[in-house]
Design a protein around this ligand. Sequence first.
Ligand code: ZN
Ligand code: ZN
Length: 594
Amino acid sequence: MLYYFLHIHPQNSFLLCIRNLSTAVFIDAKSCSSIADCQKTHVRAIKSDLFSHGFFGDRLVSAYVLCGRSDYAHQLFDEIPNKDLVSWNSISSAFLKRGNATESLKLFSLMRLATNLKPNDVTLVTVLPACAKIQAIDEGKCIHSYVVKTGFSSELKVVNSLINMYGKCGSVNTACQLFEIMPVRNLVSWNSIISMHTQNGFAEDAINIFNSMRRNDFEPDRATILSVLQACANLAVVRQGKVIHGYIVSCGFGLDVPIATALINMYAKSGNLDTSYEVFCEMINPDAIAWTAMLAGYAINGQGREAIFVFACMVDKGLKPDHVTFTHVLSACSHSGLVIEGKNYFKIMAEIYGIEPRVDHYSCMVDLLGRSGLLKEARQMIENMSIEPNSAVWGALLGACRIHNNIKIGKEAAERLFALDPSDPRNYIILSNMYSATGMWRDASKVRALMKERGVRKKPGCSFIEHDGKVHRFVVGDQSHPETEMIYMKLHELTRKMRESGYVPKTEFVLHDVDEVEKGDLISIHSEKLAIAFGLLVIRGGVPIMITKNLRICGDCHSMAKFISLIEKRRIVIRDSKRFHHFANGCCSCGDYW
Ligand code: ZN
Ligand code: ZN
């Protein structure tokens, strides 16, 4: 038996063994928190001959895994005689706990190949999360069919793990089907179906499911609250967010850092910075994460100076900004054109705080320099990058070239982007529009042909607006809304009024629409225009109209929103995929620079 230990730990094992010989007792290997603990227990186990009874070994194996010595663990595991299902389950789950899902799955396959053991519910709730973690959907599907065949589909824990696995692998529909047919659900089932919708970009559904959870008398917990707040932030639906805020207060969840940060983020992304600030002030001891959330709020709303002020206060309080803080402060500088400040932050980030610039920081810097017209300097920055530039970096350069109409650098950036991400329609559209804008029609049509040849399709644009506790969704030319007739009448009325006060449709933006069906006068029925018309109909005067758009707002919708804010004397806030536009009195907060 000494062989085991000598084999693993040849130097001082013998001495240790002798010392512990007299005190050999059964020690729960679960309590081992270091390699030294494991080794002591190991010695005792060897001495008391526990291994040969097929007992105890699996616990020690797990302890080795959890202490980061998978080499010892594997060696010992191989030597356990008559390994049963418990042994296999415990080592597999130890690897998962240690974050090594691949190893956990490997062991599962090995068990299936090398033994006749039948996986039980414990096995399943270990391997399914492992599949989820590394998005091994094919393995997950095999396990699913095993679950069905063996009748484990009546086990709540197993079905919850299946739902979670499909959700993490992006198969939201399959997860929903499983959820629908569940005879019994618990809080874990609801939480995983809600968070999966949030994480996969279906914020609208996440909120609807949350509401139906409440109708089914399930009390949300912190995890539910955090997912739904994120969904509200993604959709910018502040009414729903406020309901949840009220719920947090009345149920006494307390304003700890994760919840407060989620609230700050939700209000900021819905354009309600004042409320974000109120939440922030209610926090007793905001930490660096909370300060960063507040800073990010100002940054995304284009209030660069305020963001910089928050940064200064945070440093004043002795809190240390991290790489996320710097990403936000740099993006604040770039949205507000603060070139000197941005360059300074980029410099002190490395020099004072010892943070190596990451790809996000570079893309903010390229954006900042590029937008300000320093295209050559931006190009040079990419040249000097210590890491590989990604599509965000080249995308920032291309966006800047579009603003300043620099075809030469723009073409290079677009070509890099075509290579990095050939399926992203935006790059083709920007380049083709740049050519069109300078009358280079042949080049423009070449780019569109390339796009067609590669089968790249423009993502359909859609806009969301919240009213009466519901999220209303519009696509271009939408006629599915129950109030369609009224909406189109309002839109015609608006167009007439706008024409009278000098509005001319910016038809060059028709070129954004590469699809044949989206040509011509469809520009007048873009989703955000429909949403604005609907908002004017149903949202009472004095309340700003808040719209979220999944893509970048087009130039025509932008100028229309400015006109409407003037003629109808309404504040309109549009959050597009890039930034916020606060329209008031015929102007936009972005200064037409986005
Ligand atoms: Zn538009
Ligand atoms: Zn704007």
